[in-house]
Design a protein around this ligand. Structure first.
Ligand SMILES: *Cc1c(COP(=O)(O)O)cnc(C)c1O
Length: 384
């Protein structure tokens, strides 16, 4: 069996979550359409959905009325950014985001740029952090939206969310946060952080793929233009029959995430430290070493390993049964050096020689020890 150290790309579904989901599919389960309020089948499904909504809201300090279901963080980012931009375009057409965002944000902003919006891209500071000062320096009178991710998916770096929230709230500018990599890893509170819209997903924290949510603040009230029409589900923000089993799975994953936040953090911290202790004598450094980071991601850069071409180390590790990622999963297919790392000031070769290890609930110390052996062998082999 190969060792999986790519939890930041996706996680397996927790068995407790899978067991719960199964009860919402078949004829002996709760299969009704949650919008069918005329009978018990529908009302049972609707009750399960509201319970899940409660669990999602609880993890982030929101009111359940502020949560709407989507198909994942990609859709949530699209709805948040396009929805906000299109609703507010008479007020202004300037948007601020960062160079280290996920493609779901960057490609959405590129689309809006073609539609006549102006986008400013924040550079990370010398440590790799997106700061409030950087946001402040780009603000204009016609800025309508600031979109900055909570935690970077490649490096695990935590951005200055609280400070940016304070700034945008003072100026009355909408603040959107992609929190796909932050939930279940950090204590999140949308009120404390003055976040207006926040994208969530299930499959990065032991829930199923294909389900996510968007937090939309009610006080102050945030207005968005819907991107999917038909039926008026989810208070008109997002139409479509709700996938009960998926939603129940997300709710259970978020409930467990809240319950096990501290335990999970300690677990991944120990694993990450163990891996680092096992490889630190190799020619290796941590990317983002001076930035605040989440514990479950360790992005490292190998130096002086001879002619390591883009993707060669990852490939060598894969052949030895270690599944990791070079940068994010979406770019590794095309073997382009990570744009996140180059934005942080690394050259293409440094970015190409970087690897993201990410740990999770099911990772064991034995797996980490085996990974250390595989990495050491592969690096020594390539050094020859
Ligand atoms: C995984 C991820 C996404 C995409 O989420 P999906 O639910 O897979 O669409 C968006 N942003 C970040 C930061 C991610 O890590």
């Amino acid at each position: 069996m190969a060792i999986y150290l790519d939890y930041a790309a996706t996680t397996p579904v927790d068995t407790r979550v899978a067991e719960k989901m199964i009860a919402y599919l078949t004829t002996d389960g709760v299969f009704g359409n949650p919008a069918s309020s005329s009978h018990q089948f529908g009302r049972d499904a609707s009750r399960a959905i509201e319970e899940a909504r409660d669990n999602v809201a609880r993890l982030i300090g929101a009111n359940p009325k502020e949560i709407i279901w989507t198909s994942g963080a990609t859709e949530s980012n699209n709805l948040a950014i396009k929805g906000c931009a299109l609703f507010n375009q008479k007020k202004g057409k300037h948007i601020i985001t960062s160079k280290t965002e996920h493609k779901a944000v960057l490609d959405t902003c590129a689309f809006l740029a073609r539609e006549g919006f102006e986008i400013s891209y924040i550079d990370p500071d010398k440590n790799g952090v997106i700061t409030a000062d950087a946001v402040r320096s780009l603000l204009r009178d016609n800025t309508i939206l600031v979109s900055v991710m909570y935690v970077n998916n490649e490096t695990g770096i935590i951005n200055e969310i609280d400070k940016i929230g304070q700034l945008t709230r003072e100026r009355g500018i909408v603040f959107h946060v992609d929190a796909a990599q932050a939930t279940g890893k950090l204590p999140i509170n949308v009120q404390r952080s003055n976040i207006d819209i926040m994208s969530l997903t299930a499959h990065k924290i032991y829930g199923p793929k294909g389900i996510g949510a968007l937090f939309i603040c009610r006080k102050p009230r945030v207005r968005l233009q819907a991107q999917i029409h038909g039926g008026g589900h989810e208070r008109g923000f997002r139409s479509g029959t709700l996938p009960t089993h998926q939603i129940v799975g997300m709710g259970e994953a978020y409930r467990i995430a809240k319950e096990e936040l501290e335990k999970g953090t300690i677990h991944t911290q120990q694993l990450s430290q163990r891996l680092w202790d096992g490889i630190k004598l190799l020619p290796v450094s941590i990317n983002g070493a001076n930035a605040p980071r989440v514990e479950n991601v360790l992005n490292v850069r190998f130096d002086n390993v001879g002619s390591v071409e883009t993707g060669m180390l990852v490939q060598a590790l894969e052949e030895q049964g270690l599944a990791v990622s070079a940068g994010s999963a979406c770019i590794s297919a095309s073997f382009e050096p990570s744009y996140v790392l180059t934005a942080m000031g690394f050259d293409r070769e440094q970015a190409a020689n970087s690897i993201r290890f990410s740990f999770g609930r099911m990772t064991t110390t034995q797996e980490v020890d085996e990974a250390i052996r595989i990495i050491s062998d592969a690096v020594h082999q390539l050094q020859k």
